[in-house]
Design a protein around this ligand. Structure first.
Ligand SMILES: C[S@@+](CC[C@H](N)C(=O)[O-])C[C@H]1O[C@@H](n2cnc3c(N)ncnc32)[C@H](O)[C@@H]1O
Length: 387
């Protein structure tokens, strides 16, 4: 099959793990960009990328690159593309714009100009034009301008790949599935130890851990925009789906999510059920500070509250301090990875992090920090003496 350029977009800090995922899928000419990875592959790899990549948020297929200095040029050059190759007047369309350029300040305007050029081409030829559907279009186009270089791509994914489709209910401030999968992968969980999320909210981290543990394709719960394309190869897609599903394995260890809020436990269980993982995941109500749950040795990945309101800040410092004390006393022998946007409060955990990784949760700058809770370490012995 013919190879072409593909761009997988991701979150800040995930470029390297995404490149590793792509290498495993057989991508070639892999090149790390900012919040994206460029590579080469065929149609099968394009489909497989959507189905299998855990840390990509979009998979784009560039169809044209040109130089632009103003909106008139943009309009004219977009009109030179033969849009009939990609959609028909009866299709619905959405255009997403991104600009990092002194020549173009507004992403929405860039998207609008591109959309105008596309629909005008159809109107002039057929007297009919595709209509716009921002939420759920048949074909989604991406226009990206960096300085004067404009790249027009077909968005093969549609909705963000962070929306896997199993999470229809959520508690306040859930992580995107891509962020949850990425932090688990960065944490290097070896699947030989139990996995614990002591503050699981809607269950995103334990559910992603289970998908990783069982090698379940993260995209198998949803549809993709490439399924609407003129050249969609249904046989190829069915074969890829079948092949990847045949690689699902069993997992014998425990994956546990705790939360103090009973509603969170209910929601996590419902989400796990939709992902068909309710048999293997354990969700239980537990107050991290005071509870003593049975499963405490393992690989801990947690996303505690950040306390976004200023008046909560002092409470948060105390909360993180208590969290550190509990980790030291009760979870010794485990590794704990904490993701938080409250960088001040993280200092109050009172343990020296052995790794610090800068990430973003939406617009919030975060740190993913690793704390090694060695049993018998010097620090630990001193702490025991002090008790
Ligand atoms: C930022 S949310 C976690 C979101 C989660 N990662 C998700 O994707 O939905 C923090 C969670 O910590 C829980 N929490 C707060 N204090 C807790 C405590 N003392 N013990 C256990 N859970 C707690 C909250 O109920 C909330 O669900």
């Amino acid at each position: 099959m013919e190879k072409f350029e593909i761009i997988a977009k991701t979150l800040f800090g995930f470029e390297e793990i995404l490149a590793l995922e792509l290498e495993m899928l057989g991508a070639t000419d892999i090149e790390l960009l900012t919040r994206a990875v460029r590579y080469k592959g065929d149609t099968a790899l394009l489909y497989r990328s959507n189905l299998m990549l855990r840390t990509a948020i979009k998979v784009l297929k560039p169809i044209a690159t040109f130089t632009v200095h103003n909106d008139k040029q943009l309009y004219e050059k977009v009109r030179t593309i033969n849009w009939e190759d990609y959609l028909m007047p009866i299709d619905t369309l959405a255009v997403d714009g991104i600009t990092h350029s002194n020549y173009f300040n507004h992403s929405k305007f860039v998207a609008l100009k591109t959309k105008d050029a596309i629909v005008d081409q159809f109107r002039d030829k057929y007297g009919k034009r595709p209509s716009v559907n921002v939420e759920d279009p048949d074909v989604r186009i991406s226009v990206h301008i960096a300085d004067t270089t404009c790249t027009i791509s077909l968005d093969s994914s549609g909705k963000s790949l962070g929306k896997r489709g199993y999470k229809t209910s959520q508690v306040y401030a859930p992580l995107s599935e891509v962020l949850a999968a990425g932090i688990i992968m960065l944490s290097g969980w070896d699947r030989d130890t139990d996995f614990i999320d002591p503050m699981c909210g809607s269950g995103t981290i334990p559910i992603e851990a289970a998908l990783i543990a069982r090698n379940i394709p993260p995209g198998c719960f949803r549809e993709f925009t490439f399924e609407n394309w003129n050249d969609f190869d249904e046989n190829l897609w069915e074969n890829i789906l079948e092949e990847e599903k045949s690689k699902i394995v069993d997992f014998d260890g425990n994956i546990v999510g705790y939360d103090v809020d009973p509603r969170a436990i209910e929601i996590s269980r419902a989400n796990a059920e939709r992902a068909d993982l309710d048999d293997m995941l354990i969700f239980q109500k537990n107050n991290f500070m005071t509870g003593e749950p049975e499963i405490k040795q393992g690989h801990i990945v947690m996303n505690p509250p950040y306390g976004e309101r200023l008046e909560e800040d002092n409470d948060m410092l105390e909360f993180y301090g208590e969290m550190g004390t509990k980790l030291k006393h009760y979870y010794e022998g485990s590794d704990a990875w904490i993701l938080s946007a409250n960088l001040r409060a993280l200092k109050f955990v009172g343990l020296r992090p052995s790794r610090k990784i800068k990430l973003f949760n939406g617009p919030l700058e975060c740190r993913l920090q690793k704390f090694e809770l060695y049993r018998g370490s010097k620090k630990f012995k001193k702490m025991e003496k002090d008790l």
